[in-house]
Design a protein around this ligand. Structure first.
Ligand code: NAD
Length: 506
């Protein structure tokens, strides 16, 4: 069931029952099937990034509230795990509004739809949950395995995809029979609350999903709690590496999708028109706040001459509040994010790069207090520069140049991140060579943001991922399940053992 996205900037369309009636709405917790007001004395303001007005407040849940949420997951688990997989998969989940995040409405719809694709994939879980069987491994004996849920699992999400990333987590975990404790990003809790309401409306039993809010205390609570068996994390390396280590130390499975520096390699034989449009869209869409944003271009050989046209196209993008018609990119999430991005652009100038297009001073009429940065292109960038080494996570494209494909491949492979990359070419052998040699988890051939559909898995690698099974697809199901193997012997009476079998069975 798809609801309409609201276009009003100053109201937040959470489920009515998830708010109290105070003038600044407070986001409730979702515990044991109830939207409850937190008793916390620590609250975090939520801002509209286009105006920086406070539009709501999210609590840092108390220890007692977080304990109650895990206890609720734990209570709900046995009955949920025993519910037939056919009925678990029929829970409807639909979508949200993302005023808290700032991205354009069209992009927000993409956020929801990519998440819903995971939900749809979760509906095919029956065939993916099958175990294995081997009859007659010896006389009268059969061996078979079941794929079973783990118990209580937890998710910790980032701000940049308020719907899609929570939807990578709890639908997959829940169809596998787990119950789930979700901690959305404290900056964008609304979408998760709406998803919880829809899940509840669709009939999911109380306790199968619980939601807590908070920052470090909530994260530590999840990493340490003995009843939580697995943690799915998506966000920065700073948080992800910490959560991977702390969660693993406490015996949990952890999958952590983290930061990126994605390179688009442009060959001179590429379709120029297509390539430049794809590059500009993938560098600046969502104001560069996508883990798969193509934030680095490598122009190879004659493609170096395309730089002025690249700049012209980027110049034409319209920067505005996300709900304004025609907006191509919206604001950054916080004033601190804007300051950080501007400092990284400054570092480029100081370290000898050239700023060909500078979005630092942009003013958006009617949204003078917003966190806007316009499209920015930095050229003459070298791999040792700060603006190349750091993930900028803003509307900034850094451009490097090489004479050969081999040099480009070396640059990509020397970069620590392995999330995504793309090559633009009309030559199949070049495309094949690049896909084959590049050490990056997700490769696009003339596809700028190669995020796999959910029947595959999201396969970032190297510093972009910690863990051994990826998000969604078959790997996601492996992550949220464990195998039980049963060796079973049914002898007819006349075959009963006449003495103890003391040797190793063969
Ligand atoms: P973030 O790491 O700041 O926050 C993510 C979550 O971790 C939040 O729920 C937050 O409360 C918590 N957190 C933040 N700092 C923490 C700390 N020091 N210790 C413990 N917990 C902490 O990330 P963000 O700014 O919300 O998201 C942007 C980052 O996420 C970028 O680096 C981006 O590349 C990455 N990302 C990666 C993917 C992917 O699939 N690889 C997808 C989306 C975003």
């Amino acid at each position: 069931r798809i609801l309409q996205v609201s276009s009003k900037v100053n109201s937040i369309w959470y489920p009515a029952s998830s708010f109290s009636s105070s003038s600044v709405p407070t986001v409730k917790l979702f515990i044991d099937g109830k939207f409850v007001e937190s008793k916390s004395d620590k609250w975090i303001d939520i801002h509209n990034p286009a105006t920086n007005e406070v539009i709501g407040r999210v609590p840092q849940a108390t220890k007692a509230e977080m304990d109650a949420a895990v206890a609720s997951c734990k209570r709900a688990f046995p009955a949920w795990a025993d519910t037939s997989v056919l009925s678990r998969q029929q829970k409807e989940i639909a979508r949200l509004i993302t005023l808290e995040q700032g991205k354009t409405l069209a992009d927000a719809e993409g956020d929801v739809f990519r998440g819903l694709q995971v939900v749809e994939h979760a509906c095919s879980v029956t065939s993916l949950m099958l175990g294995e069987t081997m009859p007659s491994i010896t006389k009268d004996m059969d061996l078979y395995s079941y794929r079973l849920p783990l118990g209580v699992c937890a998710g910790i999400a980032p701000f940049n995809f308020p719907a899609m990333i929570p939807l990578w987590m709890f639908p997959m975990a829940m169809v596998c029979g787990n119950t789930f404790l979700m901690k959305p990003s404290e900056r964008v809790p609304g979408a998760t609350m709406l998803l919880a309401k829809l899940l509840q409306d669709s009939g999911a039993p109380d306790g199968t999903l619980n939601i807590i809010h908070g920052q470090h205390e909530a994260v530590n609570f999840i990493c340490d709690h003995p009843d939580i068996r697995a943690i799915s994390f998506v966000g920065s390396n700073q948080a992800g590496e910490y959560i991977f280590e702390r969660g693993s130390r406490h015996g949990k499975r952890v999958q952590a999708n983290m930061g990126a520096k994605n390179h688009g390699v442009v060959m001179p034989d590429a379709n120029k028109e297509n390539t430049l449009n794809q590059l500009v869209g993938a560098a600046f869409g969502a104001a560069g706040q996508r883990c798969m944003a193509l934030s680095t271009a490598i122009l190879v050989g004659e493609a170096k001459k395309w730089l002025p046209e690249l700049v012209e196209r980027a110049k034409n993008l319209r920067v505005n509040a996300g709900d304004q018609p025609g907006a191509d990119l919206g604001p950054l999430i916080t004033p601190q994010a804007k300051e950080r991005v501007c400092n990284l652009i400054d570092s480029g100038t100081k370290e000898g790069a050239s700023i060909l297009l500078d979005g630092r001073k942009i003013k958006v009429k009617g949204y003078e207090n917003g966190n806007f940065v316009g499209p920015t292109i930095i050229s003459n960038v070298k791999p040792n520069m700060t603006c190349y080494k750091e993930e900028i996570f803003g509307p900034v494209l850094v451009v490097l140049e090489t004479d050969t494909l081999d040099e480009a491949i070396k640059i990509v492979n020397d970069n620590p991140y392995g999330n995504g990359t793309a090559i633009f070419t009309t030559n199949g052998a070049t495309a094949r060579k690049y896909s084959h040699l590049v050490d990056v988890g997700q490769v696009g051939v003339n596809v700028p943001i190669p995020v796999p559909l959910p029947m595959f898995s999201f396969t970032g690698s190297r510093s972009s991922f910690r863990g051994d099974t990826n998000f969604y697809g078959k790997q996601g199901i492996q992550f949220y399940t464990q195998l039980k193997t049963i060796t079973s012997q049914w002898k007819e009476e006349d075959a009963t053992l006449s003495s103890p079998a003391v040797v190793m069975p063969t």
